[in-house]
Ligand binder design. Structure first.
Ligand code: FES
Length: 366
């Protein structure tokens, strides 16, 4: 359930961001066209279903991200995981001023945010905030692409669309940034135009009148967000401290390692540089990290629903567990065998799936 929720809310947010960036790309033509197309791109979200869906997705996705941080047993992770985590944590503080100047500003200050006013603000009034927008655009796009890529590359249809998807991953943000730059230059050139400045005033003046309140909101949001991360990290440290004792883990083809209890079997492999497949990045979706427990199975904690569901989907034997989900407790000795080669690729799984007589779902989340 949690992983499905994280995926679905991530897709909702990604769709919103993609529409926003495509809209921004029209800045290559003119600010007027940007503003004309804005209602078209916002139409899916400016209605009684889209708006709550977007807000709830934002909150739920953020909270699930913090929950995942709490459940991390080690901060030793792949570069992909580390980048995704850090970018995800950076997005809310980078995004808050943008939200205050647009959606929230419209609600509480009655500002009529338009691209004319937003671009004037970022290119003329507060260029540092403009730079922040570039960073949030890049961070959000990369974070979203990474999350979707980890899921999509496990799907059987991914090879058919990959050739179209890869160029879009680059073209959409590049054109959005170019649109932002061209429209910014146009906004600077139009600072003497009375009709343009009247539109700018509708967006900026109400915000200027409430500047103190908006800054207080931003400060409180940042303090609250920082506090939440701190609480999560402290709670995580307390949880890990409570899991005392040592675990001895023997791989059938070597090596044998002894570690403090807490990490999952996959995390132990990574911490000790033992090659171990894990295509979904330890999210319990792909089943590629699965191990056969040769000794010590009974002393392992029971599989949680996420793990049990994936084990059932891949038709695993009773002595097989997902290394990314099973975490041995202190004092345990286990002997394990990695079922799949350490360098398993998504294509290997798709080929295996096609040749299986019975259904084998390697995607986990369908
Ligand atoms: S890494 Fe994908 S299920 Fe464990």
């Amino acid at each position: 359930m949690t992983r499905k929720l994280r995926l679905v809310t991530g897709i909702v947010l990604f769709l919103f961001v993609t529409g926003h960036l495509i809209n921004l790309a029209f800045g290559l033509i003119s600010i007027e066209l940007l503003d004309e197309l804005k209602p078209v791109f916002l139409a899916p979200w400016h209605n009684p279903i889209g708006e709550p869906l977007l807000i709830v997705s934002m909150l739920v996705h953020g909270l699930l991200g913090l929950l995942a941080l709490y459940h991390r047993n080690t901060l030793h992770m792949t570069k992909l995981d580390a980048s995704q985590l850090l970018l995800g944590l950076a997005i809310p503080p980078l995004l808050i001023s943008h939200l205050l100047g647009t959606a929230i500003g419209e609600e509480i200050a009655g500002a009529q945010a338009s691209y004319a006013s937003v671009l004037t603000f970022f290119w003329v009034v507060a260029p540092i905030s403009g730079l922040e927008q570039v960073l949030v655009l890049i961070a959000t796009w990369i974070h979203g692409c990474m999350g979707l890529f980890v899921w999509m590359r496990l799907q059987s249809w991914w090879p058919r669309i990959a050739g179209f998807a890869y160029p879009l991953v680059v073209l959409i943000p590049v054109f959005a940034l170019l649109g932002m730059v061209e429209a910014g230059k146009e906004a600077i050139a139009l600072q003497g135009d009375s009709a343009f400045m009247a539109k700018v005033a509708e967006g900026i003046d109400p915000l200027t009148n409430m500047a103190a309140e908006l800054m207080a909101i931003e400060r409180n949001v940042l303090i609250g967000y920082g506090t939440m991360i701190l609480v999560v990290l402290v709670a995580r440290a307390v949880r890990l401290r409570a899991q005392r004792g040592l675990v001895t883990l023997t791989y059938v083809d070597g090596p044998e390692v002894r570690v403090k209890a807490g990490p999952t079997l996959l995390e132990i492999s990574r911490m000790n540089d033992v090659p171990h497949a894990g295509l979904c990045g330890g999210r319990g979706r792909c089943g590629t990290c699965r191990v056969r427990i040769k000794a010590g199975l009974d002393s392992l904690p029971q599989a949680a629903p996420i793990e049990a569901a994936t084990l059932e989907q891949i038709g695993a034997d009773p002595e097989v567990r997902l290394a990314c989900q099973a975490a041995p407790v202190g004092g345990q000795s286990l002997e394990i065998e990695r079922v799949l080669p350490a360098y398993t690729e998504p294509e290997d799984l798709h080929a295996k799936k096609a040749s299986m007589p019975a259904p084998l779902s390697v995607g986990g989340v369908q």
